[in-house]
Ligand binder design. Structure first.
Ligand code: HEM
Length: 131
């Protein structure tokens, strides 16, 4: 479990960084060629978030955060896939801001869930060492 958690957390962090940097380049107007790669890395990011949700379920961290992370992954993916067609023209900037906020919130949820799983594993290890 520890190894899988490390791998999934690393994937989440690397893909999150790529999404923020790639997104900034796309936003600056110089990254049209990056859009497909950004969407592909975005899919990997969401798979890592779902992987954390699965590990959270296995580690029994409680359903609240696990369900929120899993559901947020669906929202990130859905918005990423439809956003280019949403509110064309000047109001499109709101869609871009929303996409960024939803993505950053997903990163926060992934970090919170990863930390919760780590605490849970540490507690279980301490309990096992005591008895
Ligand atoms: C951590 C997750 C993500 C972050 C932080 C992020 C961030 C960004 C940012 C800052 C932009 C530039 C502004 C904009 O056009 O909205 C962008 C563009 C874009 N993103 Fe993401 N993104 C994430 C995930 C995804 C996912 C999962 C998909 C697709 C499934 C996706 C698809 C797109 C597309 C298609 C664009 C270009 C939109 C346009 O040309 O108007 N993104 N992203």
């Amino acid at each position: 479990m520890e190894r899988s958690l490390r791998l999934v957390q690393l994937t989440l962090r690397i893909t999150a960084l790529l999404q923020i940097v790639g997104g900034a380049v796309i936003w600056s107007g110089h990254g049209a060629a990056l859009v497909n790669a950004h969407a592909g890395v975005g899919l990997l990011f969401v798979l890592a978030l779902w992987g954390l949700a699965a590990l959270g379920t296995r580690a029994r961290v409680g359903p609240g955060l696990v369900i929120r992370a899993a559901a947020w992954g669906i929202i990130v993916l859905w918005l990423g896939m439809v956003q280019t067609r949403m509110w064309p023209g000047p109001p499109h900037v709101y869609v871009r801001v929303l996409h960024l906020i939803v993505g950053l919130a997903a990163i926060g949820l992934g970090e919170a869930l990863g930390a919760r799983i780590r605490r849970r594993l540490a507690d279980a290890a301490q309990l096992a060492a005591t008895y």
